[in-house]
Design a protein around this ligand. Structure first.
Ligand code: K1U
Ligand code: ZN
Length: 169
């Protein structure tokens, strides 16, 4: 049920993930485990490479009541417009937050957990989260959207937090 979340700088987070051929029981179980892990973290999204599965699968739920789960296989952004700045975090870089600029309105196509191809419009935080998760499928992290200096400072801070954590053990 609860899976271990892979932390930076694990190389799996830098791989381009493989498409999923079809919905099956293995993927269905994986989706349940990813939602359980995401809600427990807590988080508003999770991508398969974050639990060491190099396949194109994401789960998101940005609702307040944690009752709007969305799982997408092989998600693709087919339209994007607008602009939004959001202070993003990442469960693979706990304790690091930074402002990222992304399109605010997207149309995303993918297969849902019933095996049906769907297209949906996402705006604001849902759009930000889906783009953050699709980045994970392409080996990209939110810090990659920062300027060199900001990225370096964020990763140095993460390294320090991890070393402090090791000391606390
Ligand atoms: O690493 C991930 O993919 C999860 C990440 C998703 C995300 C957060 C913010 C902007 C875009 C994408 C997180 O969920 S980090 C934790 C977080 O943001 C949060 C946790 C509890 C309540 C609300 C937000
Ligand atoms: Zn992330």
């Amino acid at each position: 049920e609860k899976l271990d979340i892979v932390l930076y700088p694990d190389s799996g987070l830098r791989e381009v993930c493989k498409p999923i051929a079809e919905m099956n029981d293995r993927i269905d179980r994986l989706i349940d485990d990813m939602f359980y892990t995401m809600y427990d973290a807590p988080g508003i999204g999770l991508a398969a490479p974050q639990i060491a599965v190099q396949e194109r699968l994401i789960v998101v739920d940005v609702s307040e009541k944690k009752n709007e789960p969305l799982a997408l296989l092989n998600p693709e952004i087919i339209r994007s417009a607008g602009k939004i700045t959001w202070e993003e975090g990442c469960l693979s870089l706990p304790g690091i937050y930074a402002n990222v600029n992304r399109p605010s309105d997207i149309i995303v196509r993918g297969m849902n957990r019933d095996g049906k191809m769907i297209e949906l419009e996402a705006n604001d935080l849902l759009a930000v989260c889906i783009q953050h998760e699709i980045d994970h499928l392409n080996g990209k992290l939110f810090v990659d959207h920062l300027s060199g200096l900001k990225r370096m400072r964020a990763l140095q801070k993460f390294k320090k937090l991890q070393e402090e954590g090791d000391l606390d053990e």
